[in-house]
Design a protein around this ligand. Structure first.
Ligand SMILES: O=C(O)c1cc(=O)[nH]c(=O)n1[C@@H]1O[C@H](COP(=O)(O)O)[C@@H](O)[C@H]1O
Length: 274
């Protein structure tokens, strides 16, 4: 089964376009997990169990693990997802980009070490930096296009032949790079007008849309701009707003995460059907 097939099945099965981001920040963990050697695994498993029926994907952000030398915990979390929730795709957020030989190693890391279904990559180095990932024909590659941060405009808005660079990237990815239907794009929820522009250029290609929740992106505007012809087509990611929904010593963190995930999933569904 390809990444896109798996994602489509998860959209339907969980009636959800919500991607739950796994960005574990020890400083924000509940007190009872502080100081435990496998705190990251315990925290992420509890979040996964609490939200798995509400999510179309889980997106671990590799920096939160690598910065602590906790790649082994990321491996355990990915294995847990594959074993307990094999129907939900794992999107490894690594934003890699390098020459082909090195990209091949990054692809092995994402797809073989972590067993991810898809990985985020940076298109700045061109097609030969993305091509090695395509050897894993059943996996997805999600290319940065119009990122959610303010500084994304520094380069992504540069005029190239009468239109902004991010539109050129969208068209290039959709028409030339997407040889086997493995590709998707990242477009930030903080820029709904640009989401609409990208959607016009790429047909029904899936979009990873981070920026709702902690970054303040508007769910309704995002969904109306980004939905595909069949009312899906998106992985709308929220990380911190779900992970840290509970005050550190108040409500149970997993229950609070579930509550916010459900509210977000439901708000997305209201918007896409409205
Ligand atoms: O590729 C990404 O996931 C990504 C792209 C982008 O343009 N903006 C963005 O915020 N992200 C990631 O999405 C997540 C957003 O987290 P929250 O702001 O806490 O919901 C983080 O893991 C970011 O690294």
């Amino acid at each position: 089964m390809t990444f896109i097939d798996k994602l489509s099945a998860a959209w339907t099965r969980n009636d959800s376009l919500l991607c739950v981001g796994l960005d574990p920040d020890l400083a924000r963990f509940p007190a009872h997990l502080q100081g435990q050697p496998d705190a990251i695994v315990q925290f992420c498993k509890a979040i996964i169990d609490a939200t798995a029926d509400l999510a179309c994907a889980f997106k671990p952000q590799i920096a939160y693990f690598a910065a602590l030398g906790a790649e082994d915990q990321l491996e355990q979390i990915c294995a847990y997802l594959r074993n307990h929730y094999p129907h939900i795709p794992i999107v490894l957020d690594a934003k890699r980009g390098d020459i082909g030989a090195t990209a091949h190693q990054y692809a092995r890391e994402a797809f073989e070490r972590y067993g991810a279904d898809a990985v985020t990559v940076n298109p700045y180095m061109g097609f030969d930096s993305v091509e090695p990932y395509l050897e894993w024909a059943d996996r997805g590659v999600i290319v940065l296009c119009r990122t959610s941060n303010a500084g994304g405009s520094d380069l992504q808005f540069l005029d190239v032949g009468g239109r902004p660079l991010y539109q050129h990237v969208a068209q290039l990815v959709a028409e030339k790079w997407n040889r086997n239907g493995q590709l998707a794009l990242v477009v930030g929820a903080t820029f709904p007008d640009e989401i609409a522009q990208v959607r016009k250029l790429v047909g029904d290609m899936p979009l990873l849309i981070p920026g709702v929740g902690a970054q303040g992106g508007d769910v309704e505007a995002t969904v109306k701009a980004g939905r595909s012809a069949d009312g899906a087509g998106m992985m709308i990611n929220s990380s911190r707003a779900i992970l840290y929904a509970a005050p550190q010593d108040g409500e149970d963190f997993a229950a609070a995460a579930r509550r916010v995930a459900q509210e977000t999933r439901d708000a997305i569904n209201v918007a896409r059907r409205g």
